[in-house]
Every structure is written in structure tokens, then in C-alpha cells.
Design a protein around this ligand. Structure first.
Ligand SMILES: [Zn+2]
Length: 157
């Protein structure tokens, strides 16, 4: 895992991606958790798709930011060419500058990103960011979900 404390250490494309993830978090609907999350993914074609968490009074149907971004890519026929995904967020009750914790995908989202990696036939880079983008941890879905259950587990692929 690589950890960056300056956006200058990222490629221009990755810098744009983490900014897109943060911009997406502004649209989060998170009245219950108070935790706004944004995600942005980039495909091999260079197209970026965004998502934000969308909560619901029925807590079980909450949508994570990564789900929104992956679904948007899939709708556009790009669910099998995801290359990298950035995730960021913050607790709304705290000052944005105090949101120093890096956001990592939850277990369900790791499973969804893993499936996208299997469809793409390569590992997917994951950029886990804190809200002000002063700390970015670069990892991959294979590192976040080793020995994942996927299409091969069902004799597919
Ligand atoms: Zn999630």
C-alpha cells in the first residue's frame, strides 16, 4: 500500500479522480448516519462515474457511494472496464477540517469491486482518501479482499 500526503504525488488523472469523489460526497443523502461518502471510478477508456451514499429510513436499503458509481458505469456499458476507484467522506457533524479518517470501502462494496475486477480481468486500484485529501492510501481490491468469492467460485470465468 502506498500512502500519499500530498496531491502532488498523484498522477493528474488520479488527482482529478479524488476531487471527483469529494465533489460527489456533497450530494450524499445521509440524515441517519451523518456520514457523507463520495466515490468516483475511472474506466480504461478514461470515463469517470460518480456515486454518493443514499440512505433510507429503512436502514437495510442504504446505497453506498461505490454502489452508485459502479451502477452508473454498468448502465453505460462500462462495468467490465473499471480501472481505479477513489472513495472519500466525512462526518457531517464535525468540521470538514477535522475529518481526518481515511474512508475505505465496506465489506459489501469490496465484494462489488471484486466482481468488477473479475469482469475486467485485472486488479482494480482503490484510492482511500480522507475528506481534505491530505491523506490518500492507495491499495487494490485484491489486497482489500484476498481470496474473494467471485465468478470462478461458481465455475464461471
Ligand atoms: Zn459500501
Amino acid at each position: 500500500m502506498n500512502t500519499y500526503s500530498s496531491l502532488d504525488d498523484l498522477s493528474p488523472q488520479d488527482r482529478d479522480l479524488v476531487h471527483a469523489a469529494r465533489a460527489a460526497a456533497r450530494h450524499a443523502y445521509a440524515p441517519y448516519s451523518g456520514y457523507a461518502v463520495g466515490a468516483a471510478l475511472r474506466t480504461q477508456r478514461g470515463v469517470v462515474y460518480h456515486g454518493c451514499n443514499v440512505e433510507n429510513a429503512a436502514y437495510g436499503v442504504v446505497l453506498c457511494a461505490e454502489v452508485g458509481a459502479l451502477a452508473a458505469a454498468n448502465v453505460d456499458g462500462a462495468g467490465d472496464v473499471v480501472q481505479v476507484i477513489a472513495v472519500t467522506g466525512r462526518l457531517l457533524a464535525t468540521d470538514a477540517k477535522q475529518s481526518i479518517a481515511v474512508v475505505t470501502p465496506c465489506g459489501r462494496c469490496r465484494q462489488l469491486i471484486f466482481e468488477a475486477s473479475q469482469r475486467a480481468r485485472h486488479d482494480i486500484r482503490v484510492l482511500c482518501c480522507n475528506h481534505d485529501l491530505s491523506r490518500i492510501e492507495e491499495t487494490s481490491i485484491m489486497a482489500l479482499l484476498p481470496s474473494g468469492f467471485g465468478p470462478a467460485s461458481l465455475g464461471m470465468g
